[in-house]
Design a protein around this ligand. Structure first.
Ligand code: SF4
Length: 239
């Protein structure tokens, strides 16, 4: 089954900019951006980021305020801050053997980095990969990681898989099945997450008096290290 998948991938691989490198820093940037943001939205932001901070040392030398500003629009701002902290840790101590020691790096991102950058045999299991494994009942090897991700993203779709186009259809026990809609993500509109994002956007453009801002959102942003509060003025962290 894996051979059929890899043969399909040889012809259908998505051409994504982070697949043209094995630079661990580049792959870390892409993986952190991809954690909760769609591929199409990540591509231009990834390219801009790499242009601005081409190396881990360059990012480590940036101020948190610049990093938070550059991250605006990608959502879940803590990811940007953790990426910055991870870059500082790597610039100082090198890449750790256990990549989950880096801030914001969970088991999935660590496995992706281990596989795509360091060539270690770990299969990063995201929703696409686990869906294909579950439906086919097959356990794929780490070298099929990118192929599984592409199959899950373009053919073995969550609700209505395109089995007629699937290279695994001949041996897949789930061929032709339809699936219930997944539970919708909780609404962003009117949520606390939205209030935090709006508050951070304001502070990212200029320092603001605390009294002008959503205080609860400021407190939560401050607890995450995304803003600092000094003398009733709220600003991005400088260092
Ligand atoms: S045959 Fe259908 S369900 Fe099975 S892996 Fe392919 S797309 Fe998914």
């Amino acid at each position: 089954m894996e051979q059929a998948l890899l043969a399909w991938y040889a012809d259908h691989a998505r051409d994504l900019p982070w697949r043209r490198t094995r630079d661990p820093y580049a792959i870390l940037v892409s993986e952190v951006m991809l954690q909760q943001t769609q591929v199409e939205r990540v591509i231009p932001r990834y390219l801009a980021w790499r242009q601005r901070w081409p190396t881990v040392e360059a990012l480590a030398a940036a101020s948190p305020a610049d990093v938070i500003r550059e991250w605006q629009g990608l959502g879940y701002n803590r990811r940007g801050l953790n990426l910055h902290r991870a870059a500082r840790a790597v610039a100082k101590h090198g890449w750790p053997d256990d990549l989950t020691e880096l801030p914001g790096i969970g088991p999935y991102t660590a496995a992706a980095l281990a596989n795509f950058a360091f060539g270690r045999g770990e299969l990063p299991i995201d929703t696409n990969v686990s869906r294909v494994q579950e439906r086919t009942g097959h356990t794929f090897s780490p070298r099929a990681a990118q192929a599984l991700m592409d199959l899950g993203a373009t053919i073995c779709l969550a609700r209505i898989p395109r089995c007629d186009k699937c290279p695994l259809a001949a041996r897949c026990p789930s061929r032709g099945r339809r699936y219930e809609p997944l539970r919708r993500q909780s609404r962003f509109e009117g949520s606390f997450r939205q209030r935090r994002a709006a508050t951070l956007r304001l502070v990212a453009t200029a320092e603001r008096p605390l009294g002008e801002l959503d205080q609860e959102a400021v407190e939560s942003l401050r607890a995450d290290g995304l803003v600092t509060v000094a003398g009733k003025r709220v600003s991005l962290p400088a260092a």
